[in-house]
Design a protein around this ligand. Structure first.
Ligand code: BGC
Length: 447
């Protein structure tokens, strides 16, 4: 069996609003997620990020925990509103200091920081001006990125501009289940354009700043398989593939708009200019891929404009999120990227699963065999992709610890580390110990 190459990077990931808590501390400005979770009825359970994992105050012991797990890298995001409370203009040094201290401590421990600039928590002040729909949004983002680069580009070896722009667009601007809860095809098409231009503008700033490390972007990808050979299911799966997988990757990596995307957006569509495409396709150093499941797709006219619905194959193991556990999809996704976009350094920047964990046992164990199976099989799927020549350079488990799963609140546990949200006690799960052994042996323990 193929083994992981020397120097393969092992890490775990989190994001700011999901773990930090104290969202308004030390002069931070509220984000759209703060506002959304505090809007009655916007999320099902009404859970907020006011405390979350209290990482803003417990970050030092959390870095110790990362050391205990043997992590070589830690992927986290900056809260834009901590750095720039109004989203632009005035810099909040106290907010920047939080991240400066975190970066320094990680480096002291030999853990490489992998910083994502935007994991969905736009400053609310910018949303008041239209958020991602505003034509200046790309420049607002580039200015914010510049502040972060000036503060620690010399010490952060890996940067990602955006996390999963597809989710920002689909959840935040098309269907409204995510902050800021806007709806409509024209909104979605505009937000997608501005996110891609923001990414390109930030990459330009990074290059211009003389920074010598790597910058990329993180996208979420998954195979879209037709649930049957009925023409409408096959067509729905094809549309879903264009909308989900190609919508962002094609402009980023090929400098073009995928065929059929204009038809999906219909009257909400406006053609891209050559200059916009050139900006969105600024050269990146790596692509981060988040993978959780595949979508077995059937035609569902109520889900306009893509008209797709997920079905679960009989007998499939499903996560508590309702997603199918489908590790082959990770191999397929990585191979699809190589085939369509050619060779570029890839990282799995998120992968894992939500499963119901038992309560912590008297001896302190949290036995989570499904999550162990999830990691084992997904990591074997990575090996299968490496065997097929995919240039995969690293892997990040989602997530370091249980956290706020956005609109689903604390109902979904993805952590390698169990968090008791009443006491904030952290307990390394059996999956965490399993992953520690994978890291220690560079994957040989999977054999
Ligand atoms: C996101 C995470 C999220 C995870 C599980 C990804 O879409 O980047 O923030 O918690 O998947 O749903």
């Amino acid at each position: 069996m193929k083994t992981f190459p020397d120097g393969f990077l092992w890490g775990a990931a989190t994001s700011a609003y999901q773990i930090e808590g104290s969202p308004l501390a030390d002069g931070a400005g509220p984000s759209i997620w703060h506002r959304f979770t505090h809007t009655p009825g916007a999320t099902e359970l009404g859970h907020t990020g006011d405390v979350a994992c209290d990482h803003y105050r417990r970050w030092e012991s959390d870095v110790d925990l990362m050391g205990e797990l043997g992590l070589q890298s830690y992927r986290f995001s900056l809260s834009w509103g901590r750095v720039l409370p109004e989203g632009r203009g005035r810099v909040n040094e106290k907010g920047l200091d939080f991240y400066r201290r975190l970066v320094d401590r990680l480096l002291e421990r030999g853990i490489r920081p992998n910083v994502t600039l935007y994991h969905w928590d736009l400053p609310a002040a910018l949303d008041d001006e239209g958020g991602w729909l505003h034509p200046d949004a790309p420049e607002w983002f580039a200015d914010y990125a510049q502040v972060a680069f000036d503060a620690f580009a010399d010490r952060v070896p890996m940067w990602a501009t955006l996390n999963e722009p597809w989710v920002s667009v689909d959840g935040g601007y098309l269907h409204g289940a995510h902050a800021p809860g806007r709806k409509g095809v024209a909104n979605a098409a505009t937000a997608a354009r501005h996110l891609l231009l923001a990414h390109g503008a930030a990459v330009e700033r990074y290059r211009g700043s003389g920074a010598k490390h790597a910058i990329g972007i993180v996208v979420n990808l998954e195979p879209k398989d037709a649930a049957s050979d009925r023409t409408e299911d096959v067509a729905a799966a094809a549309r879903a593939h264009t909308y989900f997988n190609e919508q962002f990757c094609d402009p980023l990596l090929l400098g073009r708009i995928p065929d059929g995307l204009d038809a999906i957006y219909g009257e909400g569509w406006r053609a891209w200019t050559a200059a916009e495409l050139a900006r969105a396709s600024a050269k990146i150093d790596f692509l981060g891929i988040n993978y959780y499941t595949r979508a077995l797709t059937r035609f569902e006219p109520a889900h306009a404009p893509v008209c797709d619905a997920r079905v679960l194959p009989e007998g499939a193991l499903r996560m508590t999120t309702g997603w199918e556990f489908y590790p082959e999809g990770l191999t397929r996704t990585l191979c699809w990227v190589k085939e369509r976009y050619g060779d570029l350094p890839l990282y799995v920047t998120e992968n894992g699963g939500a499963f119901a964990d038992p309560p912590t046992a008297a001896d302190g164990r949290v036995d989570d065999p499904l999550r162990v199976r999830c990691y084992r099989e997904n990591l074997r799927a990575c090996l299968a992709a490496l065997e097929r020549g995919v240039d995969l350079r690293g892997y990040y488990a989602w997530s370091l610890m249980d956290n706020l799963e956005w609109s689903a609140g604390f109902s979904q546990r993805f952590g390698l580390v169990h968090v008791d949200f009443d006491t904030q006690v952290r307990t390394i799960k059996e999956s965490g110990k399993f992953y520690r052994e994978v890291i220690r042996t560079n994957g040989a323990s999977l054999a």
